[in-house]
Design a protein. Structure first.
Length: 340
């Protein structure tokens, strides 16, 4: 239910439940040249003007005070219940109180003003004096750049209020424009992406298993599928040579093309998953010596092997360590830019 309808129904329900009581509406109003309070009931309209330095909060409280005094003088009973109603909610009494507060007249010279309201008055006066002195400095170069001084930021305001004072009211909204069209388009695909092929022109109903079936001739090769949208996907192979073979794919529903000729979304997808674009490597072959060592180590048994088998295992371990050392040395040379 709309908020105005909810408020109207709530007020009507309250009036029906307390039909023997008289509702009283209060309101305060403040503009650049006027501050007023008003109390409106079925038989009475009371208005009072306040000093221009009074805040809207003071005007609202003053209206409540007038209403309480009116109730105590008229019937000698305490007030029954309070209810806050937002402005422009369609409640007749509330609208009448708002109109009366805007047109309130009378003497307000001796009305006591809270200290909190005087702070805003002093701040405005100081700002006016500062601006007046600044307007006289016409030979100042900064005056031509900033003729109007910004208001001082209250020390009690938070960072959002300070930012709003300096730059204006800030609202975060969702962009309605697609700025991806303004991205620089580069047709040059790095060599590290030459093992990626874009699959396209297949029905939206296709799933990963359907694409795997279309690439059944590469079942022995290790590759993976990365989806771009409902009709485009990436096939990531272990080497560019296998990717070139996939470009010769002839399938009634699936077509293949190089990534350099693909959509910009496909290229962005390839860059996004660059760290994970390489398919998992096949599991290394397990030797009998390694299996025997794993089983004996897990069960705590002594390895039963001949001298020839032990010597063969030592040579295999030595060769494996040497391969790892050479691979680490080669990677270090690549980082240092040394050709081996």
């Amino acid at each position: 239910m709309h908020s105005c309808e909810y408020i109207q129904n709530t007020v009507l329900g309250t009036q029906r439940a307390f039909s023997n009581y008289e509702p009283i509406f209060t309101d305060g109003s403040k503009s650049e040249s006027h501050v007023g309070s008003a109390v409106v009931s079925l038989s009475t309209v009371i208005t009072d003007a306040l000093p221009i330095s009074a805040s809207i909060y003071t005007a609202e409280l003053h209206a409540l005070r007038i209403a309480i005094e009116h109730i105590s003088l008229s019937c000698g009973r305490k007030i029954s219940d309070f209810g806050w109603i937002p402005g422009h909610a369609g409640i007749t009494g509330n609208e009448l109180a708002d109109t009366a507060a805007r047109s309130a007249t009378g003497s307000s010279e001796r009305f006591p003003i809270p200290h909190s309201d005087l702070k805003a008055c002093f701040r405005q006066k100081l700002q006016s004096c500062w601006q007046s002195n600044w307007d006289q400095q016409t030979e100042n170069k900064l005056h031509s750049i900033m003729p109007i001084l910004a208001p001082t930021v209250p020390s009690s305001s938070n960072r959002r209020e300070q930012l709003n004072i300096v730059t204006g009211q800030i609202k975060v909204r969702t962009s309605r424009n697609d700025y991806s069209e303004y991205q620089p388009i580069s047709d040059n695909v790095p060599e590290e992406y030459e093992n990626i092929v874009e699959l396209y022109n297949f029905p939206k109903e296709f799933n990963t298993q359907d694409l795997v079936s279309a690439l059944s001739m590469f079942q022995q090769s290790c590759y993976c599928i990365k989806w771009v949208d409902d009709c485009h996907a990436l096939a990531v192979f272990t080497s560019p040579a296998i990717a070139n073979q996939a470009l010769l794919l002839t399938h009634p529903f699936v077509k293949a093309r190089p990534l350099s000729e693909g959509l910009k979304e496909s290229k962005a997808k390839a860059r996004w998953c660059a760290r994970h674009s390489e398919p998992p490597k096949p599991r290394p072959a397990t030797t009998a010596a390694l299996a025997r060592r794993l089983v004996s180590g897990a069960l705590g048994l002594k390895v039963q092997a001949t001298k020839e088998q032990k010597e063969l295992e030592r040579n295999m371990l030595k060769n494996a360590r040497e391969k790892r050392r050479q691979k680490a040395k080669q990677q270090e040379a690549i980082w240092e830019g040394v050709t081996m």
